[in-house]
Design a protein around this ligand. Structure first.
Ligand SMILES: CC(C)(COP(=O)(O)OP(=O)(O)OC[C@H]1O[C@@H](n2cnc3c(N)ncnc32)[C@H](O)[C@@H]1OP(=O)(O)O)[C@@H](O)C(=O)NCCC(=O)NCCS
Length: 438
């Protein structure tokens, strides 16, 4: 193995450690397309879910059921109509719908038992009838009314995996057939999941199989690996309806309901989940709603607000003073984090040449501290720097080194800095040098 390969492997291991720490105790919700159950990649998919679970990630599973329900109904010669993709679940079909849904859940349970994982199937979903819409009576097709969130959280707390068949009950105990997409979104939202996954049996979206809006990035393999919620909405406007755009539409709905990250992955690809979770560019598509959406370049009109944001930290000698002129001069280096027109945070990336740059002026309004804003704005700048081809980012700090270490930086020396920067260092400030290789 040569040095470059070794370094790449070590970098990968570092990334894995970083994400492992970040996601410990986080909740991930997986909706698994039922057609994957007979796919040759399914055993390794379950194995990877088990691995995530054993690594401290809390997992809720929703087996998609549409194909299996179709199969069972046709085996028993029962026909159901679909209107706008929604099945009209008749009284006659309902027992077979339940049979298919619970069969899938129990098959998943069996698979998980093979990895020493307890899974629990429960009646945590309160449902209500969809009723009559535009004259069509949807009969026993329902919506999620309420989730018994506390009960589900107890299951997760106990280290078990809750499994959700596509059935819910009203307060009288009457069952309804529920869309697993809707179920997945509600569960992820109610559990404040860090991620919701749609594990499909569909190919990734690429520049070849779709119309990519101007400015949207694709990877070397042509895959679209990340979209903001706004990007995804634009994408849907210019692409034809297809099975994968329907999944994207669900992802958009999930993001709009407040789930921060929704991932769409092709479950037929070996190791797809691990790659998507533990590497920066992933192996599927991530749609993200918050954080990055609130970060934008600083405009001239923001300068006064940015000066007031950093003032308290300058007074405490945590940050070096900046003037209106110096901010104006480096306007393009700064970004701000804005919510409802109010700036909560700012940060800058100052390039030194084409390889390395300084992360500076990171400041979060005291009122919004410890809410993850600092981390988001720094990750945003790191991401941007990486995309622009920078290989190293450094920060100088007197009092905040622990925070940078927590973000994955390591200590460096003055000699690690670009020469032009090293020359300007103030001996009185005696700042610590922190580095990150991108
Ligand atoms: C440091 C700063 C940017 C952090 O922003 P934030 O939005 O509050 O931080 P996040 O929510 O992303 O991170 C919170 C975590 O960092 C830790 N943390 C916050 N400030 C810290 C500090 N000064 N030192 C060490 N750890 C710190 C919190 O304890 C929390 O830890 P946890 O995840 O284990 O609970 C913010 O406190 C700030 O503006 N400080 C003053 C300016 C500054 O020091 N800038 C950096 C030098 S350029």
């Amino acid at each position: 193995m040569n040095n470059t390969q070794l370094r790449e492997q070590v970098d990968l291991i570092r990334e894995v450690f970083m994400y492992t720490r970040k996601f410990r105790q986080a909740t991930f919700v997986f909706k698994i397309d039922d057609s994957l159950i007979d796919d040759p990649a399914f055993p390794s998919l379950v194995k990877d879910i088990a691995l995530l679970h054993h690594n401290g990630i809390r997992i809720a599973l929703i087996p998609g059921a549409v194909n299996h329900i179709d199969k069972i109904l046709s085996q028993y010669g029962i026909e159901t109509k679909k209107v706008g993709g929604i099945r009209l679940t008749t009284a006659e079909s309902l027992p077979f719908v339940k049979m298919a849904a619970f069969d899938l859940a129990s098959r998943l349970m069996t698979w998980l038992a093979g990895h020493q994982i307890n899974a629990v199937i429960g009646n945590w979903v309160r449902a209500r009838a969809m009723g009559v819409i535009d004259g069509t009576d949807y009969q026993f097709s329902g919506h999620v009314d309420k989730l018994k969130t506390a009960a589900v959280k107890d299951i997760l707390e106990d280290g078990d995996i809750p499994l959700f068949p596509s059935v819910g009950w009203n307060s009288l105990g009457e069952a309804y057939n529920i869309s697993t997409d809707e179920l997945a979104i509600v569960i992820a939202r109610e559990l404040s999941a860090a991620k919701l996954f749609f594990i499909t049996a569909l190919p990734d979206l690429t520049a070849e199989n779709s119309v990519v809006p101007a400015g949207m990035e694709t990877g070397d393999d042509g895959r679209i690996y990340r979209m903001t919620l706004a990007d995804a909405e634009d994408f849907l406007k210019i692409n034809r309806d297809s099975p994968i755009t329907r999944v994207l539409d669900c992802a958009v709905r999930g993001c709009r309901e407040g789930i921060e990250r929704v991932h769409i992955v092709d479950g037929r690809i070996e190791g797809v989940l691990l790659k998507e979770i533990y590497s920066n560019t992933g192996s599927g598509l991530m749609i993200h709603s918050s954080g990055y959406d609130r970060i934008r370049p600083m405009a001239e009109g923001d300068i006064d607000a940015v000066l007031s944001l950093i003032r308290p930290f300058v007074e405490k000698k945590i940050l070096i003073p900046r003037t209106r002129e110096s901010l104006m001069e480096k306007l393009a280096d700064y970004v701000v984090y804005e919510v409802d027109g109010i700036l909560h945070a700012c940060a800058a990336f100052h390039p030194y040449g084409t390889e390395s740059g300084e992360l500076a002026a990171v400041a979060v309004n005291e009122e919004y501290r410890i809410a993850g804003i600092g981390r988001k704005i720094v990750h945003y700048l790191i991401d941007q720097a990486r995309r622009r081809g920078f290989v190293r980012i450094f920060a100088l700090t007197t009092q905040t080194s622990d925070w940078f270490l927590q973000l994955g930086f390591r200590y460096g020396e003055k000699r690690d800095l670009p020469e032009t920067k090293a020359k300007t260092l103030s001996p009185e400030r005696n700042s610590r040098v922190l580095l990150m290789d991108l």
